[in-house]
Design a protein around this ligand. Sequence first.
Ligand code: 13P
Ligand code: SF4
Length: 326
Amino acid sequence: MGMPELVSRTAYLYDRVSGFIPPMEWPVFAEDIEAILALKRQRNAVILAHNYQTPEIFHCVADIVGDSLALAREAMRAEADVIVLAGVHFMAETAKLLNPDKTVLIPDTRAGCSLAESITAADVRLMRARYPGVPVVTYVNTSAAVKAESDICCTSGNARKVIESLGVERVIMLPDEYLAKNVAAETGVKIIAWAGHCEVHERFTADEVRTLRAENPGVVVLAHPECPPEVVAEADFAGSTAAMADYVTSRQPPRVVMLTECSMSDNIALKNPKVSFVRPCNLCPHMKRITLPNIRTALEEMRHEVTIDPDVADRARLAVERMLAV
Ligand code: 13P
Ligand code: SF4
């Protein structure tokens, strides 16, 4: 089949990303996209994509898009035989925890996370020994082994609710120091933190925000709660990737900056043509490991399958399910 046919067959998909991908480049994307859509039907597969995935993945092949919380919830509801996680490894593990009988694939096993890397199961046991009886709340950005040592998980979208649901004066919150401090500022609960950081969000500074405001009068500043507390203090709103997207979609600020990963603005801008996006942003090298070609290969060759040791999985699942019940 020739290129003009490919372009015309996929015109409805190109419409979704024409503000981002130049027409000349489209045929290369279109070929992989068509192949992926056919493979999804053939394998009875769904693609779950995080908000930080590039627009051609987010808008053209994903069945479900969202923040970590939404992806975890939707993974639980998935009726397909195969789940492809277009995101990072801990997200694929969470999907597997909630779907032990399904095949969960991650297109590149190197898609890690600096927060997940910052802590081990032994570290959590150490914290428990140091603070006996204090509940351990673990951010989903961790390995299944770390979740298995925890009482309950949380995401940036529900951290406050999860902590308040425990009804205690003190919690251990691992491993994101900044998320812990940002949540502590919102609740009356004393939080014992760990020194893990997101390599994408820790790079934003309060000075940068002040300069942005001076150069862009009236700009609305949205920050992810993995940013340092002094950055969150300078922002107009802080919330999960889904909460930031909702803010833009529902309030339509004329000018906005999202202090987060770059694809976030790219994806939201395509759906909100009236909003102008100021773009200092940082790339997450792990999220960017996922591409159309490796999603295609994942479905062609059914790789890389995510597996979790059953003993770890049972305990980790409990922590995730407790979170979803809140
Ligand atoms: P969200 O849960 O807000 O989507 O965040 C996930 C993440 O990795 C942020 O860096
Ligand atoms: Fe991890 Fe930060 Fe990348 Fe999110 S943006 S996956 S927290 S390194």
